[in-house]
Design a protein around this ligand. Structure first.
Ligand code: OFO
Length: 165
């Protein structure tokens, strides 16, 4: 049985995962209308993953005697001045999510809710992976700078990343 405090903290995380999914969906659209199919596909996949993160939390809350709350969401940004700005936003967003997961883990620890603590370990590992992916993409984008040819090749390469991950 979840305490009210943990239930509220998990519901807050459900909303964050839902907003992450919308943010990446919006990035997918922006990339798609700019003709960068590989980047768009990568973002569509990220958006699906965030939705899966959200659903996993929802099931957990409902199964543990809580009630998952589906709420309205903050409207995501719909356009970016550059791809670099978009990938910076992605990276910073993942850092924010990691912080939020860490805070959540901390709450479960202080309340001695070891079941939820254990459940959240999956998210801790997932964030390590997502931060690393976002950082390596950002490093590549920084190398490319404003070079259009470089961006074209990057768009092709990122498709491989989507297929293999
Ligand atoms: Fe990438 O954020 Fe979910 O966990």
């Amino acid at each position: 049985m979840l305490s009210k405090n943990i239930e509220a903290a998990l519901n807050k995380q459900i909303r964050i995962e839902a907003e992450s999914s919308q943010t990446y969906l919006s990035m997918a659209c922006w990339a798609e209308v700019h003709g960068l199919e590989g980047i768009a596909q990568f973002m569509y996949t990220q958006s699906d993953e965030e939705r899966a993160h959200m659903l996993k939390l929802i099931k957990y809350v409902n199964e543990r005697g809580g009630h998952a709350q589906i709420t309205d969401l903050k409207e995501p940004k719909t356009s970016y001045s550059t791809f670099k700005e978009m990938f910076e936003t992605l990276y910073n967003h993942e850092l924010f999510v990691s912080e939020s997961i860490n805070e959540l883990v901390h709450i479960t620890f202080s309340e001695k809710d070891y079941a939820t603590h254990n459940f959240l370990q999956w998210y801790v590992s997932e964030q390590i992976e997502e931060e690393a992916t976002a950082k390596s993409i950002l490093d590549k984008i920084n190398l490319i700078g404003d070079d259009k040819g470089g961006l074209y090749l990057f768009d092709r390469d990122i498709q491989q990343l989507t297929v293999t991950s």
